[in-house]
Design a binder for this molecule. Sequence first.
Ligand code: NAD
Length: 479
Amino acid sequence: MEEAKHFVGGEWITPSSRETIDVVNPSTGQVFTRIARGNAADIDAAVSCARAAFEGPWGLLSAAEKGRLLYRLSALVTTHRDELAELEARDTGKPLREACADAAALARYFEFYAGAADKLHGETLPYQNGYTVLTVREPHGVTGHIVPWNYPMQIFGRSIAASLAAGNACVVKPAEDACLSVLRMASLAAEAGLPAGTLNVVTGYGDEAGAALARHPGVDHISFTGSPGTGALVAQMAAEHYAPVTLELGGKSPQIVFADADLDAAMPTLMSAILQNAGQTCSAGSRVLIERAIYAPLVDRLACAFDALRAGPGQTEADCGPLINAKQQQRVAEFVALARRDGIRVAGQGSILSGAHPSGFYQPPTLLADVPRTHRIAREEIFGPVLAAMPFEDEADAVALANSTPYGLVAGIWTRDGARQFRLARSIRAGQVFINNYGAGGGVELPFGGTGHSGFGREKGLEALHGFTTLKTIAIRHG
Ligand code: NAD
């Protein structure tokens, strides 16, 4: 991996602009390295190399051979797990234990999709006498991947491993705020033996390199993870050249707690679902909806837990790390200030570890209680360690409240009543519903994605392979 270069066609290349972008450590606010500032010319070079790999050495490999290379890459990730985790913790500010878990997930994505590469098949269809009709799943060709800063390794793994397993060649534009692990993955992919041009990484700003990728007519599919506003822009740009798009966007996901729930089991999950990655998680459980009968005691319990939390530097074991940059920290602080101004109760609030760098982007974890249902705090994604607590009256009210935002990504339901578990699971608008858990450990096997402002299309699981392929129907008339 070379500083301030793109990885294109199997080589580290200088950006055509010769310009760089400073990379800041969120734990200290200090610049610690530089990345290349990519532009349309760099993207164009990467797309050409990807096309050549797709039509050449990568495309000519059998599915089993592709799978073997992806296995090799998975093994290399495991070998380099500590190095990748440290890189990610410094780059994003997340605690080292979370970055280690992300590195393990990255290895698992490549392992899972390596095994799937030679099991992706079509069907034969009953049709008129004298015909045999079959379907085959074919790769799109060149896929473009726009990756955000919150989980660079995980999102790289889920999107690129699936696309490669489906037979595509990839061009990746990671986020300008955190892309070092993705660059490291480019060199590991080369070491694993992926032919030059199969995986290309161009760094840079979204409205330059990102937009150039979304607009490029040589890109056959775009996978975007990020904010709803940018997702809509990317979809428009892709539509100009008729490229299909997968959008993984934000959320305002509810955890719904009924009075009959096992609260001892729920408590740690209610906390971790909002604290993980300092709340900068699309699937964060950022609303806790509590049945009226247990609302006051559960809010008190959560408040005590919040008061004890400490935000501290990444690469340590603080309860949560800093936010990614000054802008994000200011945005979250403004939401908390808005809550105070509008009389919303700050029921619990953690603090910042003494000794944390004064220029780090720390934000104390905050529990806001009795949040009015129509308030922005109840409806908008904050993307920080801020949990909104709201009471509900009965099952119908819980469903109405859960479905009252424009998002629909994930929901958690805590109840011992089996019939209610199913009723709610079916009535809530979300791509994933968890009963008496939240996230189920993040399983790569479980299709993930949203509805409404949370986006469309599914990644993870075998389902992702459908998105990264196109279906061809072949009808043979043989009499
Ligand atoms: P963002 O949309 O600003 O950036 C995401 C990526 O898009 C970055 O690589 C960025 O450089 C690029 N980008 C920005 N402008 C672009 C443009 N005009 N054209 C093409 N690419 C462009 O979002 P963010 O600030 O990185 O992430 C925060 C948001 O992303 C939150 O809303 C969060 O919920 C969402 N998110 C969703 C998921 C998910 O899986 N659903 C995962 C992570 C983040």
